[in-house]
Design a protein around this ligand. Structure first.
Ligand SMILES: [Zn+2]
Length: 252
């Protein structure tokens, strides 16, 4: 049995037997892991609230490749995200991110770029005034990392950079038709040119600049709808996201 150490974010937990917990994390070095934290629900447990969902941790665990569930030995908080705990809307957005990772990533399949994106988006959702910029910047990066990069620059038919107010996306082909070409194909999702350009900026800007990008509320909502729809088309496991339902139920 080997001892491994890595940074990880808690995606989900559930109670197990009398006093233990199963903790699903996404880790920097080993991708998604399922850990068992023994005795963690005892009042005297050293873990306390360290294993709460969305916490960013440094963990040590015992690895055995014959089992799916690894034994957690130690966990310490790397960085607390205070605002998640008091702001339901931020918590809901961060929960959508965690649910997407949980449902799409295979066990032990590491991806340092995705881990970096995860930490960056949680940091932004926790601390930034315009935290939805971060959420959308994460979704477009997630699509790219997963191999579903939408073509944003040119019309699929005439190859021109569009100038009219609307473009029409074809999710299956991963691109759009401009206003002039739109009756030549099966592109049904109408997307405004301003939202399209704003999404390009979110995609192409480094994380440090995401907060400064100025996108008005209605275009952010349009981008968000577009990206969540795009995810659903390409990932069977994301047909329904509980965290999205939760966000809508808040009615904020
Ligand atoms: Zn065209």
């Amino acid at each position: 049995m080997a001892i491994f150490k890595t940074e990880a974010v808690v995606l989900k937990t559930h109670d197990f037997r009398e006093t233990s917990k199963i903790v699903s994390v996404y880790s920097r070095k080993y991708g998604r892991l399922q850990l068992i934290a023994k005795g963690v629900r005892n009042r005297k447990s050293k873990f306390g609230t360290v294993l709460d969902t969305l916490n960013y941790l440094s963990i040590v665990y015992y690895f055995k490749d014959t089992r799916e569930l690894q034994l957690l030995s130690n966990a310490e908080l790397v960085k607390p995200f205070f605002n998640f705990r008091t702001d339901l809307k931020r918590f809901a957005y961060a929960s959508i991110v965690a649910e997407i990772i949980y449902r799409t990533q295979l066990m032990g399949d590491e991806n340092p770029r995705l881990f970096h994106a995860l930490i960056s988006v949680l940091d932004g959702i926790d601390g930034a005034a315009d935290f939805r910029n971060y959420f959308n910047a994460f979704l477009i990066r997630f699509l790219e990392i997963s191999g579903f990069r939408p073509g944003l620059r040119r019309c699929m038919n005439c190859r021109r950079i569009p100038e009219d107010n609307w473009v029409y996306f074809d999710f299956n082909r991963g691109g759009y038709l401009c206003e002039k070409c739109h009756n030549t194909g099966n592109a049904n999702f109408r997307f405004s040119l301003i939202a399209l350009k704003s999404l390009q900026v979110l995609r192409d800007s480094p994380w440090e600049e995401i907060e400064q990008i100025n996108i008005s509320e209605n275009y952010l909502a349009e981008i968000e709808k577009f990206l969540l729809f795009y995810l659903k088309v390409h990932f069977d496991g994301l047909a329904t996201l509980h965290a999205v339902d939760f966000l809508r139920s808040l009615n904020l």
